[in-house]
Write a protein that binds this ligand. Structure first.
Ligand SMILES: [Zn+2]
Length: 310
């Protein structure tokens, strides 16, 4: 069974502005890394446009209307008090992100591949139901989870997030539903300030593994093995979605953790093993952060190599 990659040139046309860390060059680096001979067996697919109905699984109608009406014809439009910016290319880019994640779910549901990686940007995990935040407009990982439920009848869906930042948006959307699981390792204290251990959702369906600045492989793997993975096993997801951020990489200029490429490979294999147990191997991974072009490229390569291995 093969691994699919979804991407689209429109994801390069989202321009948050000069000097912004979430630059189109990030996706260029990822696509280039996946052109290496080791990735010849990947099956590439063009990301379709997501639908309004898919977006509304997570976001409010008012918020979607606001995003659509603010989308600029030229120049830039700030979406939040911080650094989430829309350019003329942003609306299509975020709809390709949503479309990629949902199409990837459909493809693994149909048995067209065991797993899939969405090489798309911008990231999504900070976006809450009714607000943009932290470079994120729509939360494609959370949307894909609810799409999986609506379209394929699974109940128990897990999103696992190893981005250096806590995915406050996904946690916010999953908090009240005992059949949705959100597990995250992230630097703490750090942006966005959420993700404490005591944040556990309505039914221990949220598992947060905060890591002190400077933490590396050992703390990451210990936290995963002792806390997150046992809880995930107990939850027995029917689909695992990965919020795959690579800003915990030692090379990353924003993150203060010290993950190595092998750590991304390791956690991917662990999640695949769990998917084998409870989800017929089904894994959909979506790109989140990662701001060192080298760290992003090598981390993504290690992650996708793991997805492709038997
Ligand atoms: Zn991040």
């Amino acid at each position: 069974m093969s691994t699919l990659v979804y991407s689209h040139p429109a994801c390069l046309a989202h321009e948050p502005g000069p000097g912004h860390p979430e630059s189109p060059q990030r996706l260029v680096a990822v696509l280039k890394a996946l052109q290496a001979p080791a990735f010849e067996a990947l099956q590439w697919r063009e990301a379709p446009l997501g639908t309004r109905e898919q977006v509304l699984h997570v976001h409010t109608e008012d918020y979607v209307d606001q995003v659509e009406s603010l989308a600029p014809q030229s120049g830039y439009q700030l979406l939040d008090a911080g650094d989430t910016v829309m350019s003329p290319g942003t609306l299509e880019a975020v709809m390709r992100c949503v479309g990629a994640a949902c199409a990837a779910v459909d493809a693994v549901a149909a048995g067209e591949a065991r797993n899939a990686f969405c090489a798309t940007r911008p990231c999504g995990h900070h976006a809450e139901t009714d607000r943009a935040m932290g470079f994120c407009v729509y939360n494609q990982a959370a949307i894909a989870a609810l799409h999986a439920r609506a379209a394929h009848g699974w109940r128990r869906i897990a999103v696992i997030d190893f981005d250096v930042h806590h995915g406050n948006g996904t946690q916010h959307s999953f908090w009240r539903d005992p059949d949705l699981f959100y597990g995250s390792s992230h630097q703490s204290p750090f942006y966005p300030g959420t993700g404490a251990r005591h944040e556990i959702g309505v039914a221990h369906n949220i598992v947060n593994v905060p890591l002190r600045p400077g933490s590396g492989s050992e703390s990451f793997r210990a936290g995963m093995q002792q806390e997150l993975l046992p809880a995930l096993r107990k939850f027995a997801p029917e689909l695992i979605i990965i919020s795959a951020g690579f800003d915990a990489h030692a090379l990353d200029p924003l993150g203060g953790l010290n993950f190595q490429d092998e750590d991304f490979h390791w956690i991917t294999r662990e999640l695949m093993a769990q998917a084998q147990e409870s989800a017929h191997g089904r894994v959909v991974s979506v790109l989140e952060g990662g701001y060192s072009l080298d760290g992003l490229a090598s981390g993504t390569a290690a992650h996708v190599r793991a997805l492709m291995s038997p």
